[in-house]
Ligand binder design. Structure first.
Ligand code: NAD
Length: 495
């Protein structure tokens, strides 16, 4: 059985704790590898290596850091098909989707290549006579990155590109369900010239995360995952005096107004709800159909679902792959029974679809007449189940979005510019799409939700990522006028 170890000081090393977990191929249901779970003492070794590496990395010139990041960008771009195959193999997403994930990650590396510009401080000359005031942005030291299973390449890149660019050493703890992408990235960064120890990858579970939370040499925790764990990381990390950004779960509404282009809205809902088998924090989970658009919209969505090919992500004909584990697939499927019990209508039941092997597949499912307050409405299902809620007015739709526990992303579909503009102003959600179903910000903005979708003050990547991974220092300096200097600089002296 293949073993997956850790990446410490520039090399892959086997774990020593005798604890490990299974890594499946979700397309056939078989265990393809065992990933080592680190012990507390292994975490301590990794942090010690990061502390040592950061001392000189934090002093490295901005041009050297940019040069390494540029090389990393070129290597990643050149080998993205190889990385995409790793994503498909361990996560299950189809190859084209995996390539898309890497492209979004590449954007974040490109942003970080601009580090000489991004770390510029401010300068006020002559704040008082002979006094200048200026600010510096300096690294935090060692930072930890803890990532979820659903974007095994992109989310680690969201964190590590900016963390490293800012002069920190980064200890990455990827999801134990699909850890190989992180090791691949660490390998490429070494090839790009990153000094050993500046990025370490430590695999494992709660034991590793808890030690990172407590470790006195870890200055900050950057986390993406489910809301209960995000809250846990935020509360415990801050209690240990750390800077924390913790992004949580989501349940995103797509509001469709009566004037929307129904065909365009149906295409958008289908790609945003079922892409990556619905395992995206920016997936559309709820369509809110306003007024008379509901019947034609549900019909248009339903008519598309039978045509979408579901199967192993390695087959280019397939458009949707399996879910991450058997337990997760069964949990997602259970919501179809819950929906019926709660009085909703199952328009398409993906459990009826037959698959050739024992992979963790579930067919595309659509539920109509979902009522606010029910579990199907409230819970993050995180699978290929799209729910439709019918309301009469824009105000009702807005109220639904604004009172949901999660406030990660939302979208409105309309041909009315005034309505769209009003929505962008009135909606209480971190990322808003106007006729764009998955409004993930480009890398030079930052990514983050509101309410239970984010704990902390900083959004992820982009300018807020740079602020998260640096601390500012303000210098107030006084230099007397050279004409009063004791050294003769050739200026006429005041007598
Ligand atoms: P998860 O919360 O189960 O795991 C995330 C990380 O936390 C993993 O590295 C895991 O090992 C660790 N972890 C799990 N349980 C822990 C515990 N009890 N104590 C300490 N650490 C623990 O999330 P997941 O299932 O891997 O990912 C899916 C979730 O992530 C969904 O809720 C999704 O919405 C969310 N997500 C959010 C965003 C966002 O940007 N807001 C992006 C991607 C995913």
């Amino acid at each position: 059985m293949k073993r997956i170890g850790h990446w410490i000081d520039g090399a892959e090393v086997a774990g020593t704790s005798n604890r490990h977990g299974p890594v499946y191929d979700p397309a056939d249901g078989r265990v393809q590898a065992q990933v080592d779970f680190a012990s507390v003492s292994e975490v301590d070794e990794v942090v010690a290596s990061a502390v040592a590496a950061q001392k000189s990395w934090g002093q490295s010139s901005l041009s050297r850091r940019a040069e390494i990041l540029f090389r990393f960008r070129e290597l990643l771009d050149g080998r993205k098909a190889e990385l995409a195959r790793i994503l498909t193999s361990e996560h299950g997403k189809v190859f084209s989707d995996a390539m898309g994930e890497i492209s979004r990650g590449l954007e974040n590396v490109e942003f970080a290549c601009g580090v000489p510009h991004l770390l510029k401080g401010e300068h006020s000359e002559q704040a008082a006579n002979g006094v200048d005031v200026y600010s510096l942005r300096q690294p935090l030291g060692v930072v930890a990155a803890i990532t979820p299973f659903n974007f095994p390449a992109m989310v680690p890149i969201w964190m590590l590109a900016n963390a490293i660019a800012c002069g920190n050493a980064c200890v990455l703890k990827p999801s134990e369900k699909d850890p190989s992408a992180s090791l691949f990235l660490a390998n490429l960064l070494k090839e790009a010239g990153l000094p050993d120890g500046v990025l370490n990858v430590i695999n494992g579970d709660k034991t590793v995360v808890d030690r990172l939370i407590e470790h006195p040499a870890v200055a900050a925790l950057s986390f993406v995952g489910s809301t209960p764990i995000a809250k846990y990381i935020y509360e415990n990390g801050t209690r240990h005096g750390k800077r924390v950004q913790a992004l949580g779960g989501a349940k995103n509404h797509m509001v469709v107004l009566p004037d929307a282009d129904v065909e365009m809205a149906a295409d958008a809902a289908v790609s945003a709800a079922y892409g990556s088998a619905g395992e995206r924090c920016m997936a559309v989970a709820l369509v809110v159909a306003v007024g008379a658009v509901a019947d034609p919209l549900v019909a248009a969505i339903a008519s598309r679902l039978g045509r979408i090919k579901v199967g192993p992500g390695t087959d280019p004909a397939n458009e949707m792959g399996p879910l991450i584990t058997r337990e997760h697939r069964d949990r997602v499927a259970s919501y179809l029974d819950i929906a019926v019990n709660e009085g909703a209508t199952v328009v398409r039941d993906g459990r009826q679809d037959k698959f050739e092997n024992d992979g963790f597949f579930l067919g595309l499912s659509l539920v109509d007449h979902v009522k606010p307050g029910t579990r199907v409405y409230k819970d993050e299902i995180f699978g290929p189940v799209l729910s439709v809620v019918r309301v009469d007015t824009y105000e009702e739709a807005l109220n639904l979005v604004n009172t949901h526990e999660y406030g990660n992303g939302t979208a409105i579909f309309t041909r009315d510019g005034g309505a769209a503009r009003r929505f962008q102003r009135e909606v209480d959600v971190g990322m808003v799409g106007i006729n764009v179903p998955v409004p993930v910000p480009v890398s030079y903005y930052s990514f983050g939700g509101w309410r239970s979708s984010l704990f902390g003050d900083h959004h992820m990547y982009g300018p807020e990522g740079i602020r998260f991974f640096t601390r500012t220092k303000v210098v107030t300096s006084r230099w007397p006028d050279p004409s009063t200097s004791v050294i003769d600089l050739g200026f006429p002296r005041n007598r």
